[in-house]
Write a protein that binds this ligand. Structure first.
Ligand code: PLP
Length: 436
């Protein structure tokens, strides 16, 4: 049995002094506004003005440990986002930090596709050992590494194109797969993200309803032009939506029967967060390609697209200059952090641990009358209309939370698995108080 708080033990409660954001945060955000592209950091966002918030400037983070984050004004928060679902092990897990420190003493940068380093080799072997199997029972033990989730999805799209010879991709309403240009056209979370660039995005994407009937899927696959059906087995940014029992398995079978590849985007839901190492296989569905990221790097940017030998061989062998690479491919610091993160996830038995912590969180919220959806530590708390305002009031009280989906009626909860009982109980009471 794992301890709920490994390896951090007790953590300080949230403590906020004075208005949020404090003066130091405010001053830094002024500098940001002067020197950063305005599309990045929200100040007086329309949504916030609508809820009557006088100020939507962010707090500026200073340091973090476990489930706690501190801002530059010295306020302490409890982070229910794990920094976009990255810090599943907790912020600055000591095992990951030690690995990064040791690696920094040895080698910071190698040469991607030209000259590998030993950490990349070890990481790929670790990933292969954890990889799921396809419908034939063949392990997805061949990977291409990236730095972001978008990189991994980009590789999946290109792999499917090469392996099937078909250009088309099917995605699902509410799906989110990153915003780099190669994958931007695949997101169906908010059309407004893609609209300004529509004429330069992937030309052959079909978006089906989430949970589409199989006849609709068959119709979309019928012309034989689709090479990849890409789906989040538990849809994250789109609102923490769990498919109906059996839907994903049927989707995978139907896709295969039409000669297309099944791609699972497990960038957010994989690696134990939902209570299984991989969410798709836990629902009885087998992938041909699987994308992972976020928690994989233990806090450093690292992602991967996994496939079977047969599928990944569609790329052909490198002819000295790789056709898919980047300067920082297999970055030694990221790979060292990734090895430590994978080892720590295994050591902590993360699927079991996330199941137990998630159940406790669900119960605490139910006790104050708040329903949840999702699995493990990938949840949405259904707070009703005005979720954005609830998030802002929670921040004022020392809890970092984001809204779930685009309906403004739920909170996304993807906390670090080291959340303590006291933090869980405190959070449930805080949500109750923040709902108006
Ligand atoms: C399911 C899923 N896929 C892809 C991405 C994109 O990852 P990144 O922001 O690292 O490019 C995200 C990010 O939230 C995600 O949740």
């Amino acid at each position: 049995m794992t301890s709920p708080t490994l390896p951090f033990g007790s953590q300080p409660p949230q403590r906020v002094d004075g208005p949020i954001p404090g003066p130091q945060s405010r001053a830094l955000v002024d500098v940001l506004a002067a020197h950063e592209c305005p599309a990045v950091t929200a100040r007086r966002a329309r949504r916030a003005v609508a809820i009557g918030a006088s100020d939507t400037d962010p707090i500026v983070w200073s340091d973090a440990r476990g489930a706690n984050v501190r801002d530059v004004d010295g306020n302490t928060y409890v982070d229910l986002t794990a920094g976009f679902a990255v810090a599943l092990l907790g912020h600055r897990d000591p095992r990951v930090v030690a690995a990064i420190t040791q690696q920094a003493d040895r080698l910071l940068h190698a040469m991607g596709d030209a000259f590998p380093d030993a950490t990349r080799v070890a990481l790929l072997a670790r990933l292969a050992a954890l990889a799921p199997v396809d419908a034939d029972g063949t392990r997805l033990d061949v990977a291409m590494l990236g730095l972001s989730g978008a990189d991994a999805v980009d590789i999946a799209v290109r792999t499917a194109r090469l392996a099937t010879g078909r250009p088309g991709v099917i995605v699902f309403d509410g799906g989110y797969h990153g915003l780099a240009l190669g994958v931007l056209g695949l997101q169906a979370y908010k059309p407004s993200f893609t609209d300004p660039f529509r004429d330069t995005t992937h030309p052959f994407v079909r978006t089906l309803p989430w949970g589409a009937p199989m006849q609709t899927v068959r119709d979309a696959l019928a012309d034989g032009e689709v090479g990849l059906v890409l789906v989040e087995p538990l849809q994250g940014r789109g609102g923490m939506r769990v498919p109906a029992p059996g839907w994903l398995a049927e989707l995978a079978q139907t896709t295969r029967a039409h000669g297309a590849l099944v791609g699972f985007d497990e960038i957010q839901c994989g690696l134990g967060r939902t209570g299984a190492w991989w969410e798709g296989p836990a629902q009885g569905a087998a992938p041909d390609l699987l994308c992972t990221g976020k928690a994989l790097g233990g806090g450093l940017p690292l992602s991967a697209c996994l496939g079977t030998r047969r599928v990944m061989d569609a790329w052909g062998a490198s002819q000295w200059e790789a056709i898919a690479t980047q300067t920082f491919l297999g970055h030694p610091l990221g790979c060292a952090a990734g090895i430590a993160a994978l080892d720590a996830l295994v050591e902590d038995d993360m699927p079991t641990h996330a199941t137990q912590r998630g159940a406790r969180l669900v119960q605490a919220l139910a006790d104050v009358g708040i329903a949840t959806r999702g699995r493990g530590l990938m949840l949405a708390a259904e707070v009703g209309p005005g979720a954005y305002g609830v998030c802002r009031r929670l921040l004022d009280a020392g809890w970092i939370v984001l809204p779930a989906g685009s309906q403004d009626d739920a909170l996304a909860l993807t906390p670090p698995a080291v959340l303590t009982d006291a933090q869980i109980e405190g959070f449930a009471r805080a949500v109750q108080a923040a709902i108006r």
